[in-house]
Write a protein that binds this ligand. Structure first.
Ligand SMILES: O=C(O)Cc1cc(O)ccc1O
Ligand SMILES: [Fe+2]
Length: 437
């Protein structure tokens, strides 16, 4: 049995410490671990950071369960094992490539039936879940709800971006098939970015992050399967009850969901194209200030108003690596080939930017680019990391791979002329000394 959507209630606010009880009086009030918990529940602490992590980053939750998580048969490697998940990105498992990569969307299969776990496969990543440093980027296509089965991840935190369909955890598919993207971060957690000079408000607001309230099912469930992801591998163990048996809880280590349409974008209002960091929804920091293990950045509908400016993304090479996906619509830098459900990867220092069609259309519509323009009906995103990803062999060999991707820039022709019709300096005239880098 799953909770119907009417049963689902949420608590609002990222980073808050919450309390929730499904039965009045089920949450111990003056201590975490009483000799006997109210209503005969078991107390269980879930630690998301080391015990001694400084208070501002410390994450833990106290759960009051009908039976504790420990009550299960031994773990075994999961069978059948599709073996397309990676937790350590080394030469044995993955490939290094500076090539611009792009993939068409994976078909959501009719057959075989795949739930979220079987439909999940790693595309690329860096580091190691064992060393608690790094990340993995996965994609999934699923056509079946998880039934009598729950997923648990010992390796890291999942940030799931459904592109099609809807689901809830353990992944039920109430409206048919689903497809999407997952970033997984090892050894750290997502937080809201600092806002700097933007001030106290803007971008993603803490109150729009929703965490579920306590909810439980009590029935005897023989053969309930727990799938544990550990070191990039899957293990299963059975138990005779549902793990969704938390009658009460309190703490700040909680799952949350966020509706991207709530994002309040900021942008340049006079000239030039701002850097995409201004659209960061969540960031997973490293120890170096301003250097992310993984930023989740979006390119939402918004007004483009910059004057005398090439408004699409600029051509660039970035020491950060950029994995992109498209949820719906057309991405502003690619006239075609980058479609909803597809993906691209531009690794550290790999040149990229608008395709030829976008460049030519933009500069030939110079007048139109002086008018405010509402970019509508589109939502793209980027997972951006300071760690260079290695790519899974099956992703490189996938029939969805767009081997002609590079062609989208081959048509970029020289527009250079030594006589600038706007009267600016020409190539034959040396620049002023002060202008010389
Ligand atoms: O490469 C991309 O399309 C993402 C991106 C968008 C943008 O507006 C500026 C820089 C950047 O990397
Ligand atoms: Fe980029």
């Amino acid at each position: 049995m799953a909770a119907s959507s009417e049963d689902l209630r949420y608590l609002s606010g990222l980073g808050n410490t919450f309390s929730s009880e499904a039965v009045p009086g089920s949450l111990p009030v003056t201590q975490n671990s009483p000799l006997v918990c109210p209503l005969g529940l078991y107390a269980e602490q879930l630690s998301g950071t080391s015990f001694t992590t400084p208070r501002a980053q410390n994450l833990r939750t106290w759960l009051y369960r009908i039976k504790p998580s420990v009550t299960h048969e031994p773990f075994h490697p999961r069978e059948p094992h599709h073996g397309r998940l990676v937790g350590e990105f080394d030469r044995a498992t993955t490939v290094a490539t500076p090539t611009q990569l792009r993939w068409r969307p994976a078909e959501v299969p009719q057959d075989p039936l795949l739930d979220f776990i079987d439909g999940l496969y790693t595309v690329c990543g860096a580091g190691s879940s064992f060393l608690r440093h790094g990340y993995a980027i996965h994609m999934y296509a699923a056509n079946k709800s998880m039934d009598g089965c729950a997923f648990c991840n010992a390796d890291g935190d999942f940030l799931i971006v459904p592109q099609q369909g809807s689901f809830r955890f353990a992944v039920d598919l109430p409206d048919g098939p689903s497809r999407g993207y997952v970033s997984e971060i090892f050894g750290t957690h997502f937080q809201l970015p600092d806002l700097g000079p933007i001030g106290a408000n803007g971008l993603a607001s803490p109150r729009d992050f929703l965490s579920p309230t306590a909810w439980f099912e009590q029935a005897h469930r023989p053969g309930y399967m727990i799938v544990q992801k550990y070191g990039g591998e899957l293990f299963t163990a059975t138990q005779d009850f549902s793990p969704f048996n938390v009658v009460a809880w309190h703490g700040n280590y909680v799952p949350f969901k966020y509706d991207l349409s709530r994002f309040c974008p900021f942008n340049t209002v006079l000239f030039d194209h701002g850097d995409p960091s201004v659209n960061t929804v969540l960031t997973a920091p490293t120890d170096k200030p301003g250097v992310a293990l993984l930023d989740f950045v979006i390119f939402p509908p918004r007004w483009l108003v910059a004057e005398n400016t090439f408004r699409p993304p600029y051509y660039h090479r970035n020491c950060m690596s950029e994995f992109m996906g498209l949820i719906y619509g057309i991405y502003e830098a690619k006239a075609d080939g980058f479609v909803p459900g597809g993906a691209s990867l531009h690794s550290c220092m790999t040149p990229h930017g608008p395709d030829t069609k976008t460049y030519e259309a933009t500069i030939s519509r110079a007048d139109a680019n002086r008018e405010p323009f509402r970019l509508s009906g589109t939502l793209a995103f980027m997972f951006e990391s300071s760690l260079i990803p290695r790519v899974c062999r099956w992703a490189l060999d996938s029939p969805c791979r767009d081997l002609d991707y590079y062609q989208c820039w081959i048509g970029l022709k020289s527009h250079f002329s030594s006589h600038d019709k706007n009267g600016a300096k020409t190539a034959s005239e040396p620049a002023d000394a002060a202008d010389t880098p």
